[in-house]
Design a protein around this ligand. Structure first.
Ligand SMILES: [Fe+2]
Length: 347
């Protein structure tokens, strides 16, 4: 074989292979695959994903990690990222990912109809698929629940040395303070943060469960934490957890006013998603009644679609009125909330 012929043969072989690869990428193989980056991992998630594959024939590949490393990974992968969908918790994190330009806008009648508009990005960059409430827990021997009914009350000096709450870098607290900025403005939010710091029973430490446990043992009279952490303790067989649950009561704040602060678990389609169509299908599936139950029940969160009921364990906390403000404001106010926390000396 002379040199020229070999070159031609190699070139046509490359062309044929190239065409085959392109057909794979743009055709059948691509439509049957979906790559999800998720910071969620619960038992019911297996059923969540397998049901989608059964219904659509689309195979799901998952990468699971903590929220911030996932966002860092997406940034590092950039245009070459294989990821189609990011699932994470707290709108503050979805907002951070969006600030990095990771999401693309999605127009979907299904999502717009089924998800309340205060729980999704105005232009479809991300959507909330379940909610969690950030509530007040109290020690039944130390606090009369008739004396406290709002987040604002936590800043009252009568609760001096009583409050346990985690650090100001925690995204849940940033979102909570961001909501106070949205409702009252910067000055009042600053006063509130200072008042709460003055009432600390101890320096911020640990996660939400640690705050609830500290109320259970009487180290603090009051704590602020997300609902699902308490439900986990309710479901625990550990005698120490049972004792905590017995000593602790739950207050859904601001029921006579704007309602209790809620945040979301949510997802968005990534800007460079190789399988955009499958990604939108998946988000629409997440808004179906069946998937809503899997998604919300897996972590004892509240479904966002009307008419879908919460888990039995969560329903024992009772009904409440949720703050209907658009959660995207929690993202927008996040940098200011961090400044206020720092100025207030909230560690
Ligand atoms: Fe959490």
């Amino acid at each position: 074989m002379n040199g020229k012929l070999r070159t031609v043969l190699l070139t046509s072989l490359a062309a044929v292979t190239g065409i085959a690869l392109l057909a794979g990428a743009g055709g059948q193989a691509a439509a049957q695959e979906l790559n999800i980056y998720s910071s969620r991992h619960y038992q019911t998630d297996e059923a969540l994903y397998s049901t989608f594959t059964e219904q659509t024939g689309i195979r799901i590949n998952r990468i699971e990690d903590k929220e911030d490393p996932l966002i860092a990974r997406l940034k590092a992968e950039g245009m070459n990222s294989p990821a189609d969908v990011l699932i994470t918790v707290d709108v503050g994190r979805l907002w951070r990912a969006d600030q990095e330009g990771l999401f693309q806008p999605i127009n979907s009648k299904v999502l717009e109809e089924r998800i309340p508009d205060n729980l999704r990005h105005p232009d479809g960059h991300w959507f909330g698929f379940s909610t969690r409430a950030r509530v007040i827990f109290y020690n039944k021997d130390m606090v009369d629940p008739a004396e406290i009914s709002t987040y604002e009350d936590l800043a009252d000096s009568k609760w001096n040395d009583m409050i346990c709450i985690r650090s100001s870098s925690n995204i849940y607290n940033l979102s909570l303070l961001a909501s106070l900025v949205a409702h009252h403005g910067e000055e009042k939010a600053q006063e509130w943060a200072e008042g709460v710091v003055a009432n600390f029973a101890r320096d911020p430490q640990g996660g939400d469960t640690d705050q609830i446990r500290a109320v259970g043992t009487g180290e603090c009279g009051l704590a602020v934490a997300n609902t699902y952490y308490f439900v986990r303790l309710l479901q625990s067989d550990d005698p120490a957890d049972k004792e905590v649950v017995e000593n602790v009561g739950v207050i859904f704040p601001n029921q006579d006013g704007r309602g209790t602060h809620v945040n979301i678990s949510g997802a968005g389609v990534l800007k460079n998603a190789p399988h955009k169509e499958a990604a939108v299908k998946f988000l629409e599936y997440l808004a179906s009644d069946e998937a809503q139950r899997y998604f919300a029940h897996g972590n004892n969160e509240y479904p966002v679609v009307e008419g879908v009921t919460e888990s039995d364990a969560l329903s024992t906390l009772g009904d409440f009125k949720a703050d209907k403000i658009n959660v995207s404001l929690y993202g927008e106010n996040q940098p200011l909330a961090q400044k206020i926390f720092d100025r207030a000396g909230w560690k």
